[in-house]
Design a protein around this ligand. Structure first.
Ligand code: ADP
Ligand code: NA
Length: 327
């Protein structure tokens, strides 16, 4: 449909890991070819809900931009921009926050999890889902690729669209979730938890810029069990099943096809096959990230273009919101 618009965001955590790529970014690349209007935002306003070192944050923003481009995000097909450069996000967040009750936020998963970790969370962490709603509604987005963990946050965006429309007249479409693949890449050290950037064990996570040697070492050391056969049973054999998941995903095979390639191998030999497949898939991405990273001015120029294109869409929507509210 002509008015369909996709919006998604990712925090500037530097170079993404294999789980981010296979669970989210690969799908982002597909969506830019399927939808007429697509925006991808590096959500730096969200990232300061946790303490960030300023120089590190600046680097991480550029590293994420380089990574998204290297993964295949095409600025001709998707507007790639830095959230804080479009101040309309923060302004709409304030207005939507005034339509959000405190209890509505208290039970959302991210707050429950992260505020507990810290004992006390900031107001920003508490209202994080309102900013997400603002990100989406600011562009009258209709489709939002999200992981399962974000579904409740998207429901808040839907509620806020409805609440705004009821109070001020129809303006926002209710955004729909595009559940990205339910594929979850697990930690290589503890395969019952997901691969995550916050994992303190560096051997648990494969970064898109890991060298072939690093990839091979991490996969060789990946935790498996005492059965040498290669089978797929995530419940009882999470370690080897995670390797099958990774193999299938990077080589674009079904699980059955991956297993048949493993035919007769023990887990040790299979690890060699999996690391070859991962290295083959990541090498062009790693090389492109390194090439792009070396030219900060080019990346900053691309983000400046993205900012202008995003603002062109955001400004008239926010102007209409301001008018409806009475400003
Ligand atoms: P992290 O868990 O490393 O902090 P984020 O929460 O920033 O990653 O996730 C960014 C995107 O990557 C989200 O869409 C999320 O669903 C996806 N993602 C993160 N980790 C994984 C994983 N291990 N497997 C699949 N997808 C993942
Ligand atoms: Na998350």
């Amino acid at each position: 449909p002509g008015s369909a618009r996709v919006f998604s965001g990712i925090q500037p955590t530097g170079v993404p890991h294999l789980g981010n790529y296979l669970g989210a970014l690969e799908n982002w690349v597909a969506l830019q070819n399927q939808y007429p209007s697509v925006l991808y935002s590096i959500v730096d306003l969200h990232s300061i809900t946790q303490a960030q070192h300023p120089d590190q944050l600046r680097n991480n923003i550029l590293d994420m931009a380089a990574s998204l481009l290297a993964c295949g995000i095409n600025p001709e097909k998707a507007i790639l921009f830095q959230q804080s450069q479009v101040s309309e996000h923060a302004e709409l967040c304030w207005i939507l926050g005034c339509l959000t009750s405190m209890p509505r936020l208290r039970h959302l998963p991210q707050w429950k999890m992260k505020s507990k970790e810290k004992n006390e969370g900031s107001v920003g962490l508490y209202t994080y889902p309102v900013l997400q709603a603002a990100d989406i509604l600011l562009y009258k987005s209709t489709h939002v690729p999200v992981g399962e963990d974000q579904v409740q946050h998207l429901e808040l965006a839907q509620d806020l669209a409805r609440i705004f429309n009821n109070r001020y007249g129809e303006l926002f479409p209710e955004p729909r979730a595009l559940l990205s693949s339910t594929r979850k890449v697990k930690s290589l050290r503890n395969p019952v938890t997901k691969m995550s950037k916050s994992d303190p064990q560096t051997m648990a996570t494969i970064s898109l810029t890991d060298s072939p040697d690093d990839v091979a070492l991490k996969i060789r050391r990946a935790v498996t069990d005492f059965t040498s056969e290669v089978t797929f049973d995530p419940e009882t054999r999470p370690g080897v099943s995670n390797l099958v998941t990774i193999h299938a995903a990077v080589a674009k095979l079904s699980v059955e096809e991956a297993l048949s390639q493993a035919g007769g191998m023990d887990t040790g030999a299979y690890k060699g096959l999996v690391s070859e497949a991962v290295i083959q898939r990541l090498t062009p991405i790693r090389e492109e990230i390194q090439r792009l990273r070396a030219d900060r001015a080019h990346l900053e120029g691309l983000l400046a273009q993205g900012k202008h294109r995003a603002r062109e869409l955001a400004a008239p929507v926010l102007a209409e919101v301001r008018h409806r509210v009475g400003f």
